[in-house]
Design a protein around this ligand. Structure first.
Ligand code: HEC
Length: 87
């Protein structure tokens, strides 16, 4: 018997959280997951920042021991620049 019913994979939802699907979530999953271990994730939503500043912050968080893969970092950067940046 093959596995016909597969549970939805949370990982997929995670990678769909960037791009045009963004509006579906009140809060981006990836940020909730990755950015709430050392401080509340709300710190991230507090204010809009230019993309260059987000780059600087992400770099700083990695030095402080944030663990993200290259893909995750890209997705996070995308979320930040689309939703939490000054235009
Ligand atoms: C390993 C711990 C750690 C993780 C994980 C982490 N941070 Fe931080 N973050 C810090 C610390 C410590 C501070 C305190 C202020 C500082 O040192 O700059 C901070 C401060 C901040 C600030 C405020 C900086 C300012 O200048 O106002 C922002 C914004 C921020 N983090 C964003 C993020 C984002 C986005 C993520 C996820 C991608 C994240 N952090 C994940 C440790 C972490």
């Amino acid at each position: 018997m093959v596995h016909e019913t597969r549970k939805a994979e949370p990982v997929l939802a995670l990678y769909c959280s960037h791009g045009s699907d963004l509006g579906l979530w009140g809060k981006p999953q990836l940020i909730e997951q990755k950015c709430s271990t050392c401080h509340p994730a709300s710190l991230v939503y507090e204010k809009k920042r230019p993309v260059q500043e987000w780059d600087r912050i992400l770099f700083g968080m990695k030095i402080r021991d944030l663990k993200v893969t290259v893909e995750e970092e890209k997705a996070i950067r995308e979320i930040l620049s689309e939703r939490y940046s000054e235009k």
